[in-house]
Write a protein that binds this ligand. Structure first.
Ligand code: HEC
Ligand code: HEC
Length: 192
């Protein structure tokens, strides 16, 4: 028995509520129909491996494994890459590197069954400076974030960079990345 009701079950419950014409009360007090209610559930599987959460979640969100293809994780998770990690030193013991690399590669975007994760499977174009692959340089990421001005990101001291997913995606730790679940510090929710 799963501890929590499964998403299909909740979806069914939502459908029934919708069919009955019942509106659902959201946390902010607005009434929403069941479709927007469903958008509060994870659309990307959150990271769960305890060692990964501990070692890779201290400087930024412990990124969900499904936001990069296995090949990119393989590249990022070598002792050499970790010693020169986007300008930082994120070195770990060799056995831990191997364990975390296996976890990330097994759950990468390219083998995922989730639509939102599959979208991240296409890596960004290789850059001339031979830097490590980035989530924020995948074509899908760029497409989704190209309307957001620098004023709200790099020039916003409460965000700093696009790498800080959870500053804007308030449910990021739970895997909730839907555009209806965004609160950009000093700006607020996102409306296209
Ligand atoms: C000591 C701090 C630190 C630790 C620990 C750390 N990182 Fe990072 N990581 C960074 C910094 C700094 C960046 C670059 C952020 C930026 O450009 O704003 C980064 C960026 C990344 C990116 C690219 C994000 C993007 O912009 O697309 C990935 C992927 C990543 N880290 C994975 C990991 C993994 C996996 C681990 C655990 C093995 C880890 N990080 C541990 C500091 C750290
Ligand atoms: C400065 C705030 C900000 C940061 C930081 C940010 N995002 Fe976003 N993200 C947005 C906004 C705003 C949208 C909605 C854009 C639109 O649809 O026009 C969005 C959309 C998305 C979507 C598509 C959601 C949907 O419903 O279609 C995904 C997936 C996503 N972001 C993932 C990430 C990840 C992963 C990171 C970190 C590597 C990240 N974002 C960092 C603001 C941010």
């Amino acid at each position: 028995m799963p501890k929590r009701p499964s998403i299909p079950l909740l979806a069914l419950a939502g459908l029934l509520l919708g069919a009955a014409g019942t509106a659902v009360m959201a946390a902010d007090g607005e009434t929403r129909d069941w479709r927007s209610w469903l958008r509060m559930f994870p659309n990307i599987a959150p990271a769960t491996q305890p060692a990964y959460l501990e070692e890779c979640g201290s400087c930024h969100l412990a990124y969900p494994p499904g936001v990069l293809p296995a090949d990119s994780w393989k590249h990022i998770m070598t002792p050499e890459s970790l010693a020169n990690h986007y300008g930082d030193d994120a070195s770990l013991a060799d056995d831990l590197v191997a364990e975390l690399r296996a976890y990330l590669m097994a759950n990468g975007a390219d083998t995922s069954a989730r639509i939102r994760e599959r979208a991240f499977a296409v890596p960004g174009a290789a850059r001339s400076d031979a830097s490590l692959p980035r989530i924020t340089e995948t074509p899908y990421f760029i497409r989704k974030h190209d309307q957001i001005p620098a004023r709200l990101v790099t020039d916003n001291p409460e965000v700093g960079s696009f790498s800080q997913c959870n500053r804007c995606h308030i449910g990021a730790e739970k895997g909730v990345f839907d555009e209806s679940q965004i609160d950009i510090p000093g700006f607020g929710p996102w409306k296209d």
